[in-house]
Design a protein around this ligand. Structure first.
Ligand SMILES: CC(C)(COP(=O)(O)OP(=O)(O)OC[C@H]1O[C@@H](n2cnc3c(N)ncnc32)[C@H](O)[C@@H]1OP(=O)(O)O)[C@@H](O)C(=O)NCCC(=O)NCCS
Length: 186
């Protein structure tokens, strides 16, 4: 069992092979995909500094310049029961680890539905990272017994809407300027 899978087991944490660490190739290099941990905090701040304001608006709506503390706390101190974040960690040519993308979910207490959020470093969009992270999150939520995966997406976020459509999400009428995407998992 990998280190990340073993620390998920016990207590109320969800134990799931779908949470296990895995690797994939991106840009000719190996990328690690695993649940976020406290040690990712500094790297996450560096990642966030390389996300353009436009992309932050697509992810968090409104004008977000700095990463809200609550988001950061939730990201690195997941109880892995109601919430989970996966990070894709690559290596620079000089061997430094860097966060490339993040996928998060937050489940309702009854496990009926979970909200998802995806963020890819702005200079790396459109090259498949969002697809890899969304598929990991879907596998994880399905194996955790969650029935539905949802998100509110700005109506002008065509890339996210295309990604969702390709993965079978249906679009439900939502507030002005947003589309609710819903994927039935069971
Ligand atoms: C929305 C978002 C998460 C999508 O992630 P992404 O990495 O850009 O998406 P992908 O690259 O996986 O898919 C996008 C396109 O790349 C293409 N693609 C997928 N794999 C690819 C690959 N290996 N090489 C080249 N292109 C690829 C896809 O076909 C897709 O094309 P399309 O948009 O014409 O349909 C990302 O753009 C992002 O962070 N946006 C800002 C924040 C946001 O909108 N979050 C969503 C709110 S929940």
């Amino acid at each position: 069992m990998s280190e990340s899978a073993s620390h998920l087991i016990g207590g109320e944490g969800r134990s799931s092979a779908a949470a296990a660490e895995e690797t994939f190739t991106f840009d000719g290099r190996e990328v690690l995909l695993r649940p976020a941990r406290a040690e990712d905090r500094a790297r996450h701040e560096e990642f966030h500094a390389r996300v353009e304001p436009h992309d932050l608006r697509l992810r968090f709506f409104g004008a977000v310049r700095e990463l809200p503390q609550s988001v950061l706390e939730r990201l690195v101190q997941m109880d892995h029961h109601r919430a989970m974040a996966f990070v894709a960690i690559g290596q620079t040519a000089s061997g430094m680890l860097e966060t490339l993308a993040v996928a998060q979910m937050h489940a309702e207490p009854n496990n009926e539905a979970a909200e998802l959020g995806l963020l890819v470093r702005s200079d790396l969009k459109g090259r498949g990272l969002g697809t890899v992270l969304l598929e990991k999150l879907i596998r994880y939520c399905r194996s955790s017994g969650i029935h539905r995966l949802n998100a509110d997406v700005l109506a002008d976020n065509t890339r996210m809407l295309r990604l969702a459509r390709r993965h079978g999400f249906r679009f439900v009428a939502a507030g002005q300027g947003t589309v609710r995407i819903v994927l039935d998992l069971h």
